[in-house]
Design a binder for this molecule. Sequence first.
Ligand code: NAD
Length: 494
Amino acid sequence: MTKLMLPEAPRANGYYIDGKWFDGENRDRLDRVSPGHGITVSSVALCTEQDTDIAVQAARRAFEDVWADTPGAERGRILIRSAQGIRDRLEEMAYWETLETGKPISQARAEIEGAADHYEAAAGMARMVTGETHNNYGTGMLGLVTKQPIGVVGLITPWNFPFIVLAERLPFILAAGCSVVLKPSEFTSTTSLIFADILTKAGLPKGVYNVVTGLGPVVGEALTAHKDVDMVSFTGSLAVGERVLSASKSNLKKVGLELGGKNPQIVFADADLDDAADGIVFGLCFNAGQCCVSGSRLIVEASVVEEFKEIVLAKLAKVRIGDPLSEDIQMGAIVTPQHHQKILAYIKQGIAEGAKLECGGEAMDVSGGEFIAPTLFSGVSRDMVIARDEIFGPVLSVLNFETQEEAIALALDTEYGLAASVWSKNIDKALGTIRKMRAGRCWVNTTIVGGPEQPMGGFKRSGNGRECGMMGVEEYMEVKSIHIALGDREHWVD
Ligand code: NAD
């Protein structure tokens, strides 16, 4: 395969409303520096509150005039064609995803391919929305429960998985019959914009998918507070999620929140330690630890902790870190210099709190970008900041336990509830432990796997609502209860 080159000139992105492109020439712009290379690769238009309002109006028209009443089968056909459109442009989309996020190109390709899969799965679901009948009220009454699309959805997405996070939401929203105004992360807007052309070619009516680029406190806040937006689906940090919830009070819109995590990985002594170590290393290094479901708290049975740590350290030393455009790279860069500094500050704090740095702990000088070596801390106690905060980088904290009850208590000792993994070959222990987890995505003897079929979301302060699967369609629907009187009415007035 020929080596991918950096773009000759930065790509200047426009924005997309009501089926039309706007070049954003008279808007301020934000440059995007490739985290893996340190050079500017693209820029986005910083849209305004007024642009957001125009997009919401377009989405409202499209919803009322066309999309809400488009049959599920037709929505499904459009989703199928859009999946093909993604596959046709997979290389181009993976390239931009890598340049803007710093993730390895092989991982970006897998994510774009996985996204296409979500559109195909949701296409079937578009045809399968059903309700209930109540046929047991006697001869005079029939009951129906129907579902209908909630309306205009404001969708706000993060930078860590720009296109797959969109795919875990958008096809289900479209399958439900809602229209969308999307505000992608200002760092990673390109693939969401390319997708506008793919959807148009697939036959999506104008105004159903609108992309307004720009800053969270401007576009994101305008969308969240907008009185004609019926629901906001927000994926991002806990702090911004709380702001979204406050702004949504303007019209008491429904809010779906997918937030952060500090996810436990429990390893029992009877696990296949080599498999578990492989999973732990993958869970730490995948997306350079900038992953909401990263297994960032490693909770290991004390009798095997030393042996296990050595296996993990040996595997970490073999992870291929480097230029994200190189084909054989497994771990790429950190999203921004600011985030890079934040992770290094957490590492310093871990050392200051008395945890033992087993490996990593420093920046790496690779291909001109922002890199951090995978970092393992042992001797971590549950009250240390590195055991509690979502660091969102390749930093793993090891805690020990003696009993199953202690392992469960340690795992649950977090404000978050996004994901949890358990490693054990004893089925009673593995399932007994996983059933106690308070987390929306759980794994036994594996980690960070899943697809469009099963719902995902958070317990506790990791959020509310569910994405994907049939629940992910119903999330974007209102439920209507109908009672139908049959036959002669027994009159109330004499
Ligand atoms: P972030 O909260 O900084 O930003 C997320 C999005 O919100 C961006 O588009 C941003 O521009 C926008 N935003 C910022 N301020 C806003 C405001 N006042 N009103 C409305 N929108 C605003 O998060 P991030 O740094 O992009 O992403 C990392 C976070 O996302 C992590 O905490 C991670 O755990 C979380 N995440 C969660 C999931 C999940 O499914 N649970 C998936 C991916 C990422």
